[in-house]
Every structure is written in C-alpha cells, then in structure tokens.
Design a protein around this ligand. Sequence first.
Ligand SMILES: C[S@@+](CC[C@H](N)C(=O)[O-])C[C@H]1O[C@@H](n2cnc3c(N)ncnc32)[C@H](O)[C@@H]1O
Length: 259
Amino acid sequence: MKDAKIIQSVGFDKYFHTDSWEEANKSFFNQLAPKYDLLNEVISLGQQQRYKKDAIDVLNLTRKMRVLDVCTGSGDMAIYMYERCEELHIDAVDVARGMLSLAEDKVNRLGLKNIYFYEVSALELPFRENTFDAVMMGFGLRNLKDIRLGLKEMFRVLKPGGTFTTLDLGKPQGKWQRTLYHVYYETLMPWLGRIFFHRNEYNSFAYLSVSNKHFPSSEEIMVMMREAGFIGIYERQYMLGGVAQQVGKKGLKQKKGDV
Ligand SMILES: C[S@@+](CC[C@H](N)C(=O)[O-])C[C@H]1O[C@@H](n2cnc3c(N)ncnc32)[C@H](O)[C@@H]1O
C-alpha cells in the first residue's frame, strides 16, 4: 500500500503533515513519548511488564552475549534483558529521538551499564552481519514500512545459531476471545483514549486497533520469517491470544550466498 493511504487509514493525516509513513510514524511516537509508559500500563491492564519479561525467556540469555533490542522505544525490553543478565552487551535502536531520550533517562536513573542506544532505522541497521547472539523486537513490527525488509535486516545481523523473537498484538482465534478483543480495542480503548489525549493530539489508543487491520496475523508473520531465512519457527501467546510472540533461529549452516 502507498504511504499516503496508510497514513490516511490510521488517521495520521490530520495530525502529521507529511507524505512519508516513516516520518508520520516517527512524529507520532515523538508526540506520544511523554505519556508512553503510563499509557502502555493502561492499555495492557497492567500486564505488559509480565508478558514482556516472559517473552525474553526464549532468548536463553547468558553472560557475555551481545544482544539487540530493535524499536526499543522507552527501553523496557533492553532493561528487562539487563535485569536477566547484567553481563550482556545490549544495543538498542529506535528512530524517534523522544522515545530514545526516555530510554536513556531511565537507564541513567537506574545506573545500568552496557546498554547503548542508537537513533537509526530497523530497516537499515548499522551493524555487520552475524553480530548478535539474540535479537528482540517488542511491538515494533507493525510500525515498519516494510516488514519483510525489517525481518531480513534482523536476520542479517543475527549470528548463526542465534535466536530472534518479536512480540506484538495477536489476533485471537476463539469466537468469544475475538469478540472480547474487538470490544476492548475498537470500542473501549478509543473511548478511554479521550481522557488522555487533547484535541490536537492523535489518540494513540485507536492506533493499535486501526493498524491491526493491516498488520499480519501470527501465521503470516511466521511465513515471512521463514522467507527471511529463519528456521525452527514457533509462536507463544499471552492474554488469550491478544498478544502473540514469534520465535525463530538462524541456522548454523548458511546456504552459499546467504549472509
Ligand atoms: C510501540 S513502540 C515499542 C517500544 C518498546 N519496544 C516496547 O515494547 O514498549 C514502537 C517503537 O518503534 C519505533 N520505530 C518505528 N519505526 C521504526 C523504524 N523503522 N526503526 C526503528 N524504530 C522504529 C518507534 O519510534 C517506537 O518507539
């Protein structure tokens, strides 16, 4: 889909005046940054820390590993990885300066070492191939202009034998779970959002449900992961399927021509 169409379909056009999806999305997160952590707690009904921490299990983090948190936002995934193992080298990237400032403040306040932030795009990672033992992405995939390219980039920088995982909203399959999900995200949340956002601000509580219309299902993401080169792919679900995690590995033996 063309940038202008996506911008319009999620309602960014009334707030951010640009034809580029990346610019509109960046402006959205820069505007949202001061409220981001609080709103995440509200949206997830206080559950986000739990499933974000659980999601890290699959990475089997051990000392001296070098890991990457893509679309780090306010830095929670990077911080949770550090809490799991203080001797990691953690790189974390994001395009929105406002979000990175939040993450940097948090890390400095907590006095954490070995976490390094970069203001760069997930679609053009400034790292050599085969650099990281593990690559993590939390609620980032839906924001990328090109999901396939993002997956290829993360595959490229992952070491052979390394693990990649991505966590985002899922699409519940059961009938009543689906009904509950739709009522929550499409009716209740945008309405609740009006309490937190002023007239001239984009109501981010509407973003998740609107962008979900274009966001692939867990099965589709796993197919894209396979196309990007990952193997041993599987999924985990949280909150009755409302949140889904996909996991994959980079094979130890790469075919000739693969990076
Ligand atoms: C919903 S937040 C997720 C933050 C954090 N990972 C979490 O789980 O709370 C999505 C983040 O992706 C960032 N982002 C969007 N497009 C990006 C891109 N192309 N490259 C890197 N970061 C991007 C946004 O700036 C935002 O901080």
